[in-house]
Unconditional design. Structure first.
Length: 147
């Protein structure tokens, strides 16, 4: 395959978005990938911008994962782009990094302590689809009529 890096990145994005949906978050993805925001989630405290990264192990035998928290070419930290969270996936493990954890880091950041920390995200928004009230038929009206 020609562009394996792009394909792998897309698969990671889909895995993270699937996990977010499974945790009850409405997820919105851009039509065109042109900025630093990979998706937006709707939480109980508003919309949050998310950057999705690959979690890599330094050594294959160890469980020490890390992720790049700066933009690849410019080395600008994602906090400067007003990203609220970085979510990482590696080996079907999810890491949730709130802005205050990555905003002072350069390049790679160790992910120890962030695995499965869904509690670091604000709760999902709560919304209900209004139920349509069915019109009662004449027969039902007669059954429930007060005499």
């Amino acid at each position: 395959m020609k562009n394996q890096r792009a394909v792998k990145g897309s698969l990671i994005e889909l895995r993270v978005c699937t996990a977010l949906i499974e945790h009850g978050y409405p997820v919105y993805m851009p039509v065109v990938q042109s900025g630093q925001t990979d998706c937006i989630i709707e939480t109980s405290v508003g919309f949050k911008k998310v950057q999705i990264k690959v979690a890599r192990r330094k050594h294959k035998s160890l469980n020490n994962y890390y992720a790049r928290v700066t933009q690849h070419r410019s080395n600008i930290n994602y906090a400067e782009y007003d990203i609220d969270f970085i979510l990482c996936e590696g080996d079907n493990r999810f890491f949730i990094l709130p802005k205050e954890s990555f905003e002072n880091h350069k390049f790679d950041m160790a992910l120890n302590g962030f695995e499965g920390r869904w509690d670091l995200l604000p709760p999902p928004s709560v919304f209900e689809i209004p139920k349509k009230e069915k019109k009662k038929t004449d027969k039902q009206n007669k059954l429930f009529a007060i005499k």
